[in-house]
Design a protein around this ligand. Structure first.
Ligand SMILES: [Zn+2]
Length: 315
């Protein structure tokens, strides 16, 4: 039976897997990106590792998930901040010309959304929003079984909706984005600023260098009753709930799937988010909208890329 190759390219690591059409991962490999090597050397390693995974199997297609900005139709990567030197490079053509099978490209958050939609939590629905909550907040929106690409693949950036007009500066240049308020990096930054202004926390006894304070440490301190950690963590979840309520109000999806490392830290996170969505998204029958954890875990990147390859132009 025909297999699909999924290639997940990130700024720190690359994962490649071979799966069947049901998303069962048969074999996979991970290696560091080492971005300083440059585009050509990295692509050569991707091609070598892919050839090893193909190894006589009949391949139907190759799907690639990569950090944006990119042009999915032309198959080009357009200078992503985490892949320096990948300036308008023809990634799809460079891989297609070697293996001679259809190759499809999608930004990594959209690919992950397709992975959860096709193989994970969203298997039974046609309308789904996926959000990944980790160092940043990314996502993808699927309506009537199709991903919303938007103009120049810029649709579905759920983490960059404005929540607080004069809030903290975001990496995108705007102020008060959801990502600046509720991502792992955003939470840690807000916490550090409160410490710098003289607030006390048990966290300073655990971590000496403020730069090493992470969202996980803050979540742990909140569980132990540390007032500052509770305050910062609760407001991050509150803003996240408002962001999700905004999306639910506009899209009214059957399901919202939340993935990423942050969802592991607070058991009460889903309960609280459902409360806020119910309170804020008044015109939507929120009791019919499922808000659930992602299912694919660490394989979401590779299986997302597999879904991109499997669905091809039908995504
Ligand atoms: Zn932003």
């Amino acid at each position: 039976m025909d297999k699909i190759i999924g290639i997940d390219i990130g700024g720190t690591k690359i994962a490649i897997g071979r799966a069947d059409i049901n998303g069962n991962l048969e074999d996979s490999v991970r290696f560091p990106t080492n971005v300083s090597r440059g585009y050509k050397v990295i692509v050569r390693e991707i091609i070598e590792k892919t050839a090893k995974l193909i190894n006589g199997h009949s391949i139907k297609a190759i799907g690639i998930g990569c950090g944006g900005p990119l042009d999915s139709k032309r198959g080009r990567i357009l200078s992503p901040p985490n892949l320096p030197g990948w300036d308008n490079v023809p990634l799809v053509e460079d891989i297609r010309s070697v293996f001679n099978v259809p190759v499809y490209l999608e930004n990594d958050a959209n690919a992950a959304a397709l992975g959860e939609f096709h193989f994970g939590a969203g298997k039974e629905v046609s309308n789904m929003v996926y959000m990944t909550l980790s160092t940043g907040i990314g996502g993808g929106i699927i309506l009537n079984n199709r991903l919303i690409h938007g103009v120049r693949d810029s649709g579905g950036e759920v983490g960059h909706q404005t929540i607080l007009p004069d809030g903290p500066l975001c990496n995108c240049g705007n102020r008060g984005c959801l990502e600046a308020l509720s991502s792992g990096t955003g939470i840690a930054k807000i916490f550090r600023e409160k410490l710098a202004s003289g607030r006390k926390s048990i966290v300073t006894e655990w971590v000496k260098d403020p730069e090493e304070i992470s969202a996980k440490v803050i979540a742990d301190a909140a569980k132990m009753g540390d007032p500052l950690a509770i305050e910062v963590w609760d407001s991050a979840i509150y803003y996240l709930g408002i962001g999700i309520a905004n999306i639910v109000t506009i899209v009214s999806p059957e399901m919202v799937v939340l993935g990423g490392s942050l969802i592991k830290y607070g058991e009460t996170l889903f309960v609280r988010i459902r409360e806020i969505v119910k309170e804020r998204a008044r015109l939507v029958p929120t009791e019919e909208i499922k808000i659930v954890p992602a299912r694919l875990g660490d394989d979401v990147g590779v299986l997302g890329a597999v879904a991109v390859g499997l669905l091809g132009d039908e995504r």
